[in-house]
Write a protein that binds this ligand. Sequence first.
Ligand SMILES: CC(=O)NCCS(=O)(=O)O
Length: 349
Amino acid sequence: MTALSGKVQTVLGLVDPDQLGRTMTHEHLTMSFECSYVSPPPADEAVAENPFQLQHMHWLKQNPYSCRENLFLQQEVSALRDELLAYKKAGGGTIVENTTTGIDRDLPTLRQLAKDTGVHIVAGAGFYVDSTHTVATKKMSVEKLTDIIVSEVLHGADGTDIRCGVIGEIGTGWPITESETKVLRATAYAQAQLGCPIIIHPGRNTAAPAEVVRILQETGGDISKTVMSHLDRTIFDEEELLEFASLGSYLEYDLFGTEMLNYPFNLDVDMPSDSQRVKALAFLVKEGYEDRLLVAHDIHTKHRLTKFGGHGYSHILKNIVPKMLSRGISQHQVDKILIDNPKRWLTFK
Ligand SMILES: CC(=O)NCCS(=O)(=O)O
C-alpha cells in the first residue's frame, strides 16, 4: 500500500477512479515524432514541403512520416484544446497521454489543457525507444533508471511538480536493445514499488510483445497491470493473438483512424482498416477477453487532428462504438472496454 493506492494520478492530482468515465488509453497531445522521419520519394518532395492543403491530404494520409512539419504535434495547442472540448462533448472523460522522454513530453501544457477543458489527463513516465535515448541515458544503471521513473511518479517530471500516473509508453524496438532492456527492467522495479499501471510500445515483430512480457516478468513486473499497445500492427494471426492474450496483459487496439497502404516502418505489415480492428476486438470478446481490451487512436501527427481534416480524438466514440455494436459487441462489453478496463488498469494497487 502507498499513498496512491486506490487512486488514479492525473496531471492535476489524484482522482477517484469512478471519475474517469470513458477513457482513451493511448494518445498524445503534445509531442514530436521527428525521430521517425522517413524521407519522401524525390518526386513527392514538393508536396511534403507544403502538405496541409486539401489536394495533398490523401498523400499525407499515405505518407504521414515523410513530411517533417506533420511530426510536430506540439505546435497545435489551440487545436488540441478544441479537440478535448469536442471529446468531452462526445462523452469522453479521460485521456492517457503517454508521451515519454525522447519524444518531447510537455507536462505544463498537459496541465493547462486539463484545466482549460475539464478532461482528465494522465501523463506517462519513463523513456521512448532506443534511438531517442541520450548518451547519458544509455550509460545509466538499472537502479538509476528506476529512481528516475519512481521520482517522475512520486514527485514530478522534467523539473516540474507534475506527476505521472502511468509508466510508459516505454519504447522498445525489434530486436530489443540493451538500453531498452535496462529501461524495461527499471520499469518493472518501479512498478513493484509503486503498484502502478505500465504501458508498452512493442517492436514491429510478432514475437516482440511476448519478449517484452518475458523481460518484465523476469524482473518481477505485474503483467496484469501492463498494457501491450499497437497490437493492430503487430499480431495478425488469430492463434498467435490468443497465445499472446493468454499471458495476461491488457490488449490494446490503439491505431483507430490510421489506414495506410505501405507502413514505412515495416513494409511486410499490412496496416489493418478500422473494420478489421473491430473484427479483431469482436474475436477477442468472443474468446473471453472482454475484461482485457482497450482502445485508442494514438494520435501522434498533425494530419489526424480535425483542424487538418483528420478524425480527431472523438472518432472512436462517434464512429467506432456504433460499428462495434453492429458487429456483436454488446453495450455492456463496450462499456467495459471504454470505462471499466481503463479504470481498473489506471488505479494504483
Ligand atoms: C508515438 C508512437 O510510438 N506511435 C506508434 C506508431 S507505430 O507505427 O504503431 O509504431
